[in-house]
Design a protein around this ligand. Structure first.
Ligand code: OXD
Ligand code: MN
Length: 587
């Protein structure tokens, strides 16, 4: 059970000093050091139940599950309020909001002054990555939000185990979070990568407040990874096993709410039921070059914080099983049976409370489109036996992708690592509800990292190229798009579990079993090598799925050019060379 600071034994001196400094500014009533025990979890749950923001769900149907309702205006990541505070503005780059560190701190400390009066301060030590891995890192999040603490318990290895590690290393990332008064005008999520410090105030939404996730695992980690020559990426990691029991490991970078969780939890069925997809990560990968010259990936996280909308028994049965116990649902609807409900689960029930707890009205969303579930990755039936391997898994394939209704074919293979880097850098996708702002607008989102790269993306592209030089056995890079639409505006590709067919083609490519058709933008499948059987796709649909319209692609390149030019001479010349070579071929 969490103990008050004064009674905590064997605490790291540096940690005590910092906690006291933060407490002096924020003035909490009590400081509690979290140990991650069940008792502590129940204590926190009771605080939220009493406060009324949490509801216990039907214990018979959803054992150990709760529904949390957030403030209605605090439901997604706020990119406008997210800053990288490096000494020099160019370090943050045109891809980030920037504030000078001292200016940021003086603004933030004013907001933090006395913000925890009448509240408890929770000190949450956590480990990112398998406990015994040399690639793992430790962080401590100070927060006044019990919701944050219960989420961190799922998402990280937190509490006692992390406190013990801090004493071994004396080195940890510092995160300060306060819900403040949730004032949207004074919301800030600030990163100080040169000091490994994060300060977030006035939001309780996961991506803004669970500092281990985007803030530490991606923004700070990507900054550090460049210096130390490894990679922190917004990528899922899976093992693909064929019927003979051979496995290859695949990572995939798709922008937020674009199907990463679905691919990570793909359940092959029908004629592919003798294939398996093993889950290692649904959102983030940390990758290092191993002694054997291959690229190895670990998942820094311990749990899911995934989008719920669309999950159901039919298409995502294993995921449905995973979230039917020990899960925190945020901003879903509620049936009169006290079970959670969201769009995609099935027919609308007769009686339903929407995500704000009001009677649901026809025509309106019942669950928020960015409603989430938080649970342990280990609850997933096909969690990889290598999930906790301290060395990680060797990556053979990297996928890029995103939501595009036009232009991008179902799948293409890039010509080389460098061309793969260019393809990743050219990702342009339709925006989703995971971030505040307009949904469905096309924006550049290189490697799905635009909101998460903690430094200048010009340098980030150069880092990818440099990593390519260091990796002797490079993963092959492919690009996928499940979301192409036909003239009638309908999705052509069935997606979901049928995506196994695309993975099978990729498998055959890297095993050298099939050839491919060379186009100016990469290799696409020959129709005879790709399994369309049983999908009832018309020839014209198949043609559309793989169509490379040169004019549309030239436009795509022109859009990329505008974007790349923002990075001036930090954009690698090597990528310009490949860019113009392909553009010439398109013409
Ligand atoms: C997430 C996101 O929550 O990308 O994973 O927004
Ligand atoms: Mn994500």
């Amino acid at each position: 059970m969490a103990v008050i600071l004064e009674e905590a034994k064997g605490l790291n001196k540096e940690l005590i000093k910092w906690v006291k400094e933060v407490a002096e500014i924020t003035e909490p009533d009590e400081i509690l050091i979290c140990d991650g025990s069940d008792e502590e979890f129940n204590y926190l749950i009771n605080i939220l139940l009493k406060e009324g923001s949490l509801i216990k769900l039907n214990e018979e149907k959803y054992p150990g599950c709760y529904l949390y309702r957030s403030a209605p205006f605090d439901v997604a990541r706020t990119e406008e309020a997210t800053y990288i505070c490096t000494k020099k503005k160019e370090e943050a780059g045109p891809n980030n909001n920037w504030m000078e560190p001292n200016e940021a701190k003086s603004k933030l400390f004013k907001l933090l002054k006395g913000c925890m009066k009448g509240r408890k301060m929770f000190v949450v030590p956590y480990i990112l990555g398998p406990v015994s891995s040399k690639y793992s890192q430790i962080g401590v999040e100070i927060t006044d939000s019990p919701y944050v603490v219960i989420n961190l318990r799922f998402l990280t290895r937190m509490g006692k185990i992390a406190l013990e590690k801090i004493n071994e290393t004396n080195n940890f990332v510092k995160g300060i979070h306060s819900m403040g008064n949730l004032d949207p005008k004074n919301k800030y999520i600030c990163h100080f990568p040169e000091e490994m410090l994060i300060i977030s105030i006035n939001s309780n939404y996961g991506g803004n407040s669970l500092l281990s996730k985007k803030c530490h695992s991606l923004r700070l980690a990507s900054f550090q990874a460049r210096k130390e020559k490894w990679m922190a990426e917004h990528m899922l990691v899976i093992g693909l096993e064929n019927p003979e029991g051979e496995i290859i490991y695949i990572t995939a970078a798709f922008p937020s709410a674009s199907g990463k969780t679905n691919l990570a939890t793909l359940s092959p069925s029908g004629k592919y039921s003798n294939w398996k997809v093993w889950l290692i990560s649904d959102d983030i990968a940390w990758m290092h070059v191993g002694n054997d010259g291959r690229l190895y990936a670990i998942n820094p996280e311990y749990g899911f914080f995934g989008v719920v909308v669309g999950i159901n028994e039919k298409v995502t049965p294993n995921l449905m099983k995973t979230i039917s116990k020990n899960t925190i649902f945020t901003n879903v609807a509620l049936t009169k049976d006290l079970t959670p409900w969201w769009e995609g689960l099935g027919e609308y029930p007769e009686e339903l409370l929407d995500w704000q707890g009001k009677p649901w009205k026809k025509g309106k969303p019942a669950a928020h489109p960015n409603s989430r579930f938080t649970t342990y990755l280990k609850q997933y039936p096909y969690i990889s036996p290598y999930f906790e391997d301290p060395n990680g898994v060797p990556v053979s394939v990297i996928l890029f992708g995103g939501r595009r209704s036009k232009t991008i074919p179902l799948v293409f293979e890039t010509f080389s690592w460098e061309h793969g880097v260019l393809a990743g850098a050219m990702i342009r996708v339709e925006t989703t509800a995971a971030a505040e702002g307009e949904v469905g607008r096309l924006r550049n989102d290189p490697m799905a990292m635009l909101p998460f790269c903690g430094y200048n993306m010009g340098d980030y592209f150069a880092h990818w190229l440099e990593m390519g030089e260091r990796i002797k056995h490079k993963p092959r890079i492919f690009y996928v798009n499940w979301f192409r639409k036909n003239e009638k505006g309908k999705f052509i590709w069935p997606g979901f579990n049928e995506n196994i067919r695309v993975l099978k083609w990729i498998w055959d490519r890297i095993k050298g079993k099939v050839g491919a058709e060379k186009t100016p933008i990469g290799y696409i499948p020959r129709k005879e090598d790709f399994d369309f059987e049983g999908l009832n796709l018309k020839d014209e649909d198949i043609n559309e799925l793989f169509k490379i319209d040169k004019n549309e692609w030239i436009k795509e390149f022109m859009e990329a050019k505008k974007f790349f030019e923002k990075f001036g001479n930090r954009f690698p010349k090597k990528l310009w060379d490949i860019f113009y070579e392909i553009l010439e071929n398109l013409k």
